[in-house]
Design a protein around this ligand. Structure first.
Ligand code: PEP
Ligand code: MG
Length: 581
């Protein structure tokens, strides 16, 4: 096959080289990882046992059928038993495990997808409808397999799985979480935008990714060699040996540069003119604190607590209890060893639904999400507030509230925090009485009504991802409007500057925790605008710190001012060049 190149949206930097592993939406619903060669036989036995169990189940159902049951019912069970015995189901997935080293669930889903595609092409409508039976049989086997999840074999070591590149139509943030413990070397998706939460999770994994490729899943084939240039958003399929060699060299150079950056871990982030900057980390799980500490972060500027609420459909109680949340928050607080941890209350909705199946709003990004949802579910919200407050007894915690726009939302939230505090007092549970409470500034209305916020709250954090989404009216997950995403749009810069200035005037800290804070191309502009707290993924922290160390506010501030005085994109771009020179 001839080499070809696809262009999309760069979302996570670096270069990945590996073989393509195509994932269908169904395949995303199950665990997928490679099993070690010596465990292939055990994995085959696991699938064979599951198939045998389903045979047994069908047998039991058959013999338990009441005498007066309709005859079709028996016939229906017979069909399922026949399908189960067919080599298409009983043999082919075993071959997939043998040849591709897929785990049993993945092998089964891959085969069912294949069969289902073949059935779609059948002319005879009766036969075509048998597809549903195959799906049902497959689901039964999957249920048995996932029920025995505790006996899952060990995945192959990182060395081997590090050469797999996932290619999918879409990966939801919840799906993406699956990849956290099974490392892959890169991600490519047909859809998605730069600031979708999927992209954000990919960045937090520090794995090259490119999204918005339109038709990557149609053009890339299983096991094709691919290169992802995560900085450019370019994917090269079946590269020539020469191109491959060039990218491998670049990969090595990047690796060396990163290693060198590691030396800055303990260096305080101080500009050439002596201005100190606070470097904070964004995390999704308490475990991420290790990476935050490794990067030398001064604390956690954003703990996206909603990730604790995802992928829990199998749990008896879908939401994590107060105690479970408390354990996670405390774990983060303890891991940060006295550095502040900013815990954001549940920011659920839009591209992070609690339950994708229940998502019915026409415009979820404008719907009952984040604080709106929390205020509509007071018991759930109180439980989270109590959990966060209790964690504050173990180290400095700040409480951050997303998506606030109205004064009464702030007041109601503050009232609920008071209520949670009095519940804890009554229960004689310890917490920090003076816990700082802050708001995300991520709705344009908030940035245009800052006095309302600074009067009521202790700190502000700008969520530029949503601020850009709502100000420029572009859905952050829609690749068709991704080209309109522009952090340098004068409207964004004005709102940002206003927020930083309002905080300075009121004497309350302002940070930026959206993706702009981790973009080294914007570091000097943000510094020049007066920003002194940056919060980003640990993986980005040292590059941004390096930029700060090389910056001099005496040179930067006048240029940032010049940018703020113009509304012409060309003039902004020109001054940005000077700023970065
Ligand atoms: C933001 O909106 O910029 C932000 C930091 O929050 P999230 O990306 O989780 O919406
Ligand atoms: Mg947001």
């Amino acid at each position: 096959m001839a080499s070809f190149t696809l262009h999309g949206i760069p979302v996570s930097r670096g270069i990945a080289v590996g073989r393509a592993h195509l994932l269908t939406p169904a395949a995303l619903d199950v665990k997928h990882y490679l099993v070690a060669e010596e465990q292939v036989e055990a994995e085959i036995v696991r699938l064979q046992n599951a198939i045998a169990t389903v045979h047994q189940e069908l047998q039991t159902i058959w013999s338990d059928l009441p005498k007066d049951a309709p005859a079709e019912l028996g016939a229906f069970i017979d069909v399922h038993a026949l399908i189960l015995s067919d080599p298409m189901i009983s043999q082919m997935p075993l071959d997939i495990i043998r040849s591709r080293f897929y785990n049993a669930e993945w092998a089964l889903v891959t085969q069912i997808d294949e069969l289902s595609a073949q059935f779609d092409e059948i002319e005879d409508s009766y036969l075509r409808e048998r597809k549903a039976d195959i799906m049902q049989v497959g689901e039964r086997v999957l249920k048995v397999l996932t029920g025995s999840a505790s006996t899952l074999p060990r995945a192959v070591d990182d060395e081997q799985s590090a050469h797999m590149i996932v290619v999918a139509h879409d990966i939801s943030p919840a799906d993406m979480l699956q990849f956290r413990d099974r490392s892959f070397s890169g991600f490519i998706t047909d859809v998605g935008g730069q600031n979708s939460h999927t992209a954000i999770v990919a960045r937090s994994l520090d794995i090259p990714a490119a999204v918005g490729m339109f038709n990557a899943t149609a053009l890339i084939e299983q096991d094709d060699w691919v290169i992802i240039d995560g900085d450019a958003g370019v994917v090269i399929v079946d590269p020539s040996p020469l191109v491959l060699e060039q990218y491998r060299e670049r990969q090595t150079r990047l690796f060396r540069a990163r290693k060198k950056l590691g030396k800055l871990r303990k260096t305080p982030a101080i500009t050439q003119d002596g201005t100190a900057v606070t470097m904070l980390a964004n995390i999704e799980f308490p475990d991420d604190c290790a990476a935050a500490m490794d990067s030398g972060a001064n604390g956690v500027g954003l703990f996206r607590s909603e990730f604790l609420f995802m992928n829990r459909t199998g749990c008896i109680n879908k939401l994590p209890s107060e105690d479970e949340q408390f354990d996670s928050y405390r774990q983060a607080v303890v891991a940060m060893k006295g550095r502040p941890v900013t815990i954001r209350t549940l920011d659920i909705g839009a591209d992070k639904p609690l339950d994708a199946a229940e998502q019915t709003a026409l415009n979820p990004a404008l719907g009952l999400r984040a604080i709106r949802y929390c205020l509509a579910e007071p018991q759930m919200f109180l439980a989270q507030l109590r959990a966060i407050l209790r964690a504050s007894a173990f180290g400095p915690v700040k409480l951050l509230v997303p998506m606030l726009a109205h004064a009464y939302e702030i007041d109601q939230t503050l009232l609920m925090i008071e209520q949670a505090k009095s519940q804890l007092r009554a229960a004689r549970k310890k917490f920090d009485e003076a816990i700082p409470i802050g708001a995300m500034i991520e709705i344009p209305a908030a940035a245009l009504a800052l006095p309302m916020f600074v009067k009521r709250l202790d700190f502000l954090s700008v969520g530029t991802n949503d601020l850009i989404q709502y100000t420029l009216a572009i859905d952050r997950v829609d690749h068709e409007v991704a080209h309109l995403y522009d952090p340098l749009h004068p409207a964004i810069l004005q709102l940002l500057a206003m927020t930083i200035a309002a905080g300075a005037k009121a004497g309350i800290p302002v940070s930026v925790c959206g993706e702009m804070a981790g973009d080294t191309r914007l570091t000097r502009l943000l510094l020049g605008m007066g920003l002194r707290e940056f919060s980003m993924h640990p993986a980005q922290l040292l590059s941004v710190k390096q930029e700060i160390l090389n910056s001099d506010l005496r040179l930067i501030a006048p240029l940032a001012k010049r940018i703020m005085r113009t509304y012409e994109p060309a003039a902004i771009a020109e001054t940005m060049e000077l700023l970065r020179a």
